[in-house]
Design a protein around this ligand. Structure first.
Ligand code: GLN
Length: 385
């Protein structure tokens, strides 16, 4: 069997959600909202399922969906994308990431990943024959430094994968961070694969900035988005892949043999969703920010040290600083079994020498679930501190 896949563990998200289901635990692990997304979008999907074609849509996606993606990014991020040649609809952002890496990497190419790095990146780079070079960010600010970039980029660098807002750190890259990475991409003729799936989930009045808009990056950025994250329906698995016609024409060769196409009724509903007014996105942001603040306050009250979260559905607790002298994995396994609450250990987002004292919690949950989650975490802390 293929050595890379054969030696991979099950993804931590499935492991923790599986344990939570099996043990009836509160699931603050895998990132999915507790409530289903907007009813009008679900109705639009249901209507399209009954009234419209259920046969293969075009490989790059339905025109109405691709037009809506380009218009959406124009309205919200002032980007200028040609829907016909620069936008592809994928079966989730995970497929978009795979298509981007498979489309870019030749065997032996180096790919810079920024740690903590979403768990899919490194295995997909390896499967494409690439060699991972890590840049590590440190809490609580998680800022990228010039020294770290200088050490990671070389004349073999083909691409860098970045993720802003960052899962699991809850950090946001500012203009300076993006310009710094851009400078190294330009100097080394590298492509930025920019995982921006959390672009609408930013807090405290902050603003997401796309790598596509960074100096010199329009022609060397592959921007990845996710309707599942935008509309809080993570099971829909609709992603977007945006890049120049030249890059897109190769990326679609990967996409056409990964999934070929994506369910047409969901694409139609997503096209409707992308046209929602700004108020819709601001309201979801406000609701999530309130949930973040509720969870932070309650955890702090229970003696946990909580790291700030500026975006995503996630915040992190510092186990060591909270008096828990266990590795994140031990803590996660014991907390789900002994205190009925699932978390995600941050070590899952590292290559070698992982950070092992942080646990990620998802706050896209109802108040009552957050409160019960905190009670369960407080119990875990009493058992393990
Ligand atoms: N992005 C989700 C998370 O970070 C997981 C997605 C998945 O399990 N494929 O929790």
């Amino acid at each position: 069997m293929n050595r890379i896949y054969a030696s991979l563990p099950d993804t931590i998200f499935d492991v923790m959600s599986g344990l939570a289901r099996e043990l009836g635990a509160i699931n603050l692990g895998q990132g999915f909202p507790e409530d289903d997304g907007p009813l009008d979008l679900r109705e639009a999907a249901a209507r399209a399922l009954i009234e419209c074609s259920n046969q293969y849509p075009p490989m790059r996606g339905l025109p109405e969906t691709r037009e809506a993606v380009a218009a959406h990014y124009n309205t919200h991020q002032n980007l200028d994308l040609d829907w016909l040649t620069e936008v592809t609809v994928t079966s989730g952002a995970t497929e978009a990431i795979a298509a981007a890496l498979f489309g870019v990497i030749n065997p032996g190419d180096e790919v810079v990943l920024i740690e903590p790095a979403y768990d899919a990146y490194a295995p997909l780079v390896a499967r494409a024959g690439g060699i991972v070079r890590y840049v590590r960010l440190e809490p609580p600010d998680w800022r990228v430094t010039e020294d770290a970039l200088k050490a990671a980029f070389s004349d073999k660098t083909r691409a860098v994968v970045l993720n802003t807002p960052n899962n699991p750190a809850g950090a946001l890259m500012n203009e300076h961070d993006l310009e710094l990475i851009a400078k190294y991409c330009v100097a080394h003729d590298a492509i930025a694969i920019s995982d921006e799936v959390w672009e609408h989930v930013v807090f405290d009045g902050d603003r997401h900035i796309s790598m596509l808009a960074a100096p010199g990056m329009r022609a060397r950025t592959i921007k990845i988005g996710s309707a599942g994250k935008m509309f809080q329906m993570t099971g829909w698995k609709i992603g977007f892949l945006c890049a120049t016609p030249e890059l897109s024409s190769v990326l679609v060769k990967a996409h056409q043999f990964l999934t070929y196409a994506t369910p047409p009724n969901l694409q139609r509903a997503v096209a409707v969703g992308l046209q929602k007014p700004l108020s819709f996105f601001l309201e979801s942001r406000t609701a999530l920010q309130r949930a973040r603040d509720r969870l932070t306050a309650a955890l702090t009250h229970e003696g946990f040290v909580v790291l700030p979260s500026k975006g995503t559905y996630f915040l992190n607790i510092d186990l060591a600083a909270s008096g828990i002298d266990l590795s994140d994995r031990e803590f996660a396994l014991r907390a789900v079994k002994e205190a009925s609450v699932a978390t995600i250990p941050l070590s899952a987002f590292y290559g070698s020498a992982p950070k092992t004292q942080l646990a990620r919690l998802c706050f896209a949950k109802r108040d009552e679930t957050l409160d019960r989650g905190v009670e369960a975490l407080a119990k875990a802390r009493r058992l393990m501190a």
